[in-house]
Design a protein around this ligand. Structure first.
Ligand code: 8YV
Length: 321
């Protein structure tokens, strides 16, 4: 290709990433960072050779089926690809990539924040101070759950699950996990494998969800799963909201069956169920898992490395379809 490939960039990306895009591609930016509907995406894709979307763009089967023939690649600025219908892309011969590895540290770090924030009642304490209502202290004031030395169950032991385990070991947590397959010893780092949730759940004083959002994991965290956790367990989710049955979680938080939840992701972001914010035993963040300056740059560069490979006729490093 003699001309620079045209790339539709659906969201405003970090300046360094946009500078590289402008240098190497005929980049169509979204300076106002407006969310595009499916129809807008299709219209803006005319004349483009590739799309660089975030998880906020719904590249469902219908949108992908209607993309212009010229589109060769969808280079996602995300590790999760549940917003993108991979089968539909395969059928069209469109290459799809994601950005693994570079957001592992940031997301595991945030998972620890959720764990600590939920266990130690951080939101409630913050609210008390910010509202000017802190008026007393006593030995029994705002007691939380100690994290150090507790058992942590991890569902989904991919890169982020493994990094969360490493970080949690810093708090002397005993790590148990369930995954489709057992990890090799070197990656397990002493974590105890459970082939089924039946044995993992009853001993998970803390539970971290790290599995991808797939048809099999939708509402995986439901009333049946909750009933198998120890009383007063604490759950954190930095993966995807779809894996949680939010009604069941809200019921369990209200009854105290689940002592607290740390949530960075929700089913219908950014329209979260108002009940979550009304509860004292929730610690809530607006999908900030990978939201650090370092990681955003690295995600952009990784997406561009993948695009560069496609247009140089090489196999991209992170091809998922
Ligand atoms: C990103 C994420 O912020 O990469 C993912 O899958 O969930 C987030 O950490 C977002 O997806 C960027 O598009």
């Amino acid at each position: 290709m003699n001309r620079k490939p045209a790339v539709l960039v659906t969201r405003k990306l970090p300046p360094n990433v946009e500078a590289r895009l402008a240098r190497d591609y005929d980049a169509r930016f979204n300076a106002a960072d407006r969310l595009y509907s499916g129809e807008e995406l299709l219209a803006l894709s005319e004349g483009a050779d590739a799309i660089l979307p975030c998880h906020t763009e719904h590249l469902n089967a219908e949108v992908i089926r209607r993309l212009p023939d010229r589109i060769r690649a969808i280079a996602n600025f995300s590790v999760g690809v549940d917003h993108c219908d991979l089968d539909a892309a395969r059928q069209r011969g469109i290459i799809v990539t994601n950005t693994p590895d570079v957001l592992t540290d940031a997301t595991a770090e945030l998972t620890m924040l959720l764990l600590l924030g939920a266990a130690r009642r951080a939101s409630e304490g913050e609210r008390l101070i910010r509202s000017g209502q802190w008026s007393t202290w006593s030995p029994s004031f705002m007691l939380g759950t100690q994290v150090t030395g507790k058992r942590l169950g991890i569902i989904g032991m991919g890169r982020i699950g493994q990094m969360t385990a490493r970080r949690a070991r810093g708090l002397d947590m005993e790590i148990h996990y369930h995954n489709r397959s057992r990890l090799p010893d070197a990656l397990e780092g002493g974590a105890i494998y459970h082939e089924s949730l039946d044995s993992l759940l009853p001993l998970s004083e803390f539970l971290a969800l790290h599995c991808p959002n797939t048809p099999e994991t939708q509402n995986l965290f439901n009333a049946d799963l909750i009933a198998r956790l120890p009383d007063g367990a604490i759950v954190v989710n930095s993966a995807r909201g779809n894996i949680v049955d939010e009604d069941a979680l809200l019921d369990a938080l209200r009854s105290g069956r689940i002592a607290a939840a740390g949530l960075d992701v929700f089913k219908d972001e950014p329209h979260i169920r108002p009940e979550f914010a009304k509860l004292d035993n929730t610690f809530l963040l607006p999908h900030l898992g990978s939201a650090t300056r370092e990681t955003r740059d690295a995600m952009g560069y990784r997406a561009l490395d993948n695009l560069d490979a496609v247009f140089a006729g090489r196999e991209p490093m992170d091809r998922v379809a």
